[in-house]
Design a protein around this ligand. Structure first.
Ligand SMILES: *Cc1c(COP(=O)(O)O)cnc(C)c1O
Length: 447
């Protein structure tokens, strides 16, 4: 086990206190997302170090894990690429400064217009299925895009079904073990000499390193077979996806990217021989532990013998945790109204959010220091897929996001996303068409 690092809990506490003192969270600012810019850069460095230096590899960042243009811009500045899966994410990646040749477009339902746009830009495209290859063949023209095909190695599910993309019936990629599918892929590579890459992404949180390695091995073996049939190295690149799971139980960063590479060396011995350019697409492993959410406690109450804190951290910021609490438990930190870590007697409490449905609880029956109005709860390990992908339930505002650095001693914050305003919420809820349905009232049966 190499390259392991732990999150510095004392530093995190210091940042929470500084954020409260700076007024980033507190009265009038119910919640904020905080991004550890130093930690993010360290994680990128650890990812780079994990791979053998003599193997050509493009590390792309899965944009959906933190779709914040300034974060993408920072990552673009490190020389990384970006993995995108929608017109919005592609626009974010371009706005962040990723050159098209370092962008990879994956998505199971690309329209003709999306494909044409990506091909014109020279963005790499991984087709999801054989029908998409036909579309690309028609649209390609003189495009410089690197073109690949996603396979589903059907190596099995991880512990979270909804996050597993290599099950027998996953919607992603060509299902390699289905009758006739392997032959169809071989024929497609023969028919389309412009295909030069295979793509596999076994899943996210919940998939073991062994399962991921088994998926990569299936892609590697298929590439060797395609090249043997072609009589030349048609497949020159393997996009091995992301999906390194994150430990949400404590502050240790495990497994590390180095553990991941060790598992690949074990499971796919030929992968690092230099025969293929590699592409990775990590998201959660780079971001989760490099961010947290801070939210104010508005009220506390006792209900049926249970203490409940009503806070501003709910399903709009922690959607997966609220709907699948067993799969996505979060650790909670408690700070006083001055931002200092709260000590003192603990109590079994629920931490509930502001959304109007009963299940809106981010932590249930958790033993925590007794919460009081004005306290600040901190949702650890939420740097990826949480505040950066808010849900607009109850028309709750997207909170501001601030990046921080502690380089040089103090804590320095930079706002990277504004809090959503009520005017913006109105605009996004059709306010400009406010009177659009009124003509229907004329001669309506209810009148
Ligand atoms: C979501 C996704 C990723 C990133 O997964 P993480 O678990 O965040 O590393 C990579 N590739 C594809 C195709 C994805 O859909």
């Amino acid at each position: 086990m190499t390259g392991r690092r732990s999150i510095d809990a004392a530093r995190r506490d210091r940042v929470v206190e500084a954020a409260v003192r700076a007024g980033l969270v507190g009265p009038g600012r119910p919640a904020a997302g905080l991004v550890d810019a130093d930690g993010l850069l360290e994680s990128v460095a650890e990812l780079r170090r994990a791979f053998p230096p003599d193997v050509p590899v493009l590390h792309t960042f899965a944009a959906k894990a933190a779709a914040l243009v300034p974060v993408l811009g920072l990552l673009a500045g490190t020389g990384m690429g970006c993995e995108v899966a929608s017109p919005g994410e592609l626009a974010q990646a371009l706005a962040a400064g990723f050159p098209p040749e370092r962008i990879v477009l994956d998505s199971p339902a690309k329209t003709r217009a999306e494909l044409a746009g990506a091909l014109a830009l020279g963005v790499a495209v991984n087709a999801d299925n054989l029908a998409e290859l036909e579309r690309i063949d028609h649209l390609r023209g003189e495009s410089p895009s690197v073109l690949g095909l996603r396979i589903n190695p059907q190596v099995g599910e991880g512990t979270i079904g909804a996050m597993s993309t290599a099950s027998a019936t996953s919607k992603f990629g060509v299902p390699l073990r289905d009758p006739g599918a392997r032959q169809a892929v071989l024929e497609a590579f023969a028919a389309y000499p412009w295909l030069s890459r295979l793509h596999v992404h076994v899943g996210s949180q919940g998939c073991s390193l062994e399962l991921i390695a088994a998926g990569v091995r299936a892609a590697f073996e298929l590439a060797e077979e395609i090249n043997a049939v072609a009589g030349y190295a048609q497949v020159t690149g393997l996009d091995i996806g992301g999906g390194l799971p994150v430990n949400f139980d404590d502050d240790e960063i495990r497994p590390s990217h180095a553990d991941y590479v060790a598992a690949l060396r074990e499971g796919v011995p030929g992968l690092f021989d230099g025969g293929y350019t590699l592409v990775t697409e990590f998201g959660r492993s780079l971001t989760a532990k490099n961010g947290f959410t801070a939210a104010v406690v508005e009220y506390v109450k006792d209900v049926g013998g249970r203490r409940i804190a009503l806070t501003h951290a709910g399903a709009h910021l922690a959607t997966r945790t609220v709907f699948m609490p067993e799969s996505w438990p979060l650790r909670i930190g408690v700070h006083d109204p001055g931002g200092r870590p709260k000590t003192g007697p603990s109590l079994v409490q629920d931490v509930a959010g502001p959304c109007c449905f009963a299940g809106d609880v981010v932590a249930r029956a958790r033993e925590l220091p007794e919460l009081a109005p004005g306290d600040v709860v901190v949702l650890y390990d939420t740097g990826g897929y949480y505040f950066s992908t808010p849900w607009s339930y109850n028309s709750l505002a997207r909170p501001a996001v601030h990046a921080f650095t502690t380089r040089g001693g103090g804590v320095r914050f930079t706002e990277i996303r504004r809090e959503q305003t009520v005017e913006e919420i109105l605009a996004e809820s059709g306010a400009e068409h406010a009177a659009a349905l009124l003509p229907l009232l004329e001669a309506a049966p209810c009148r």
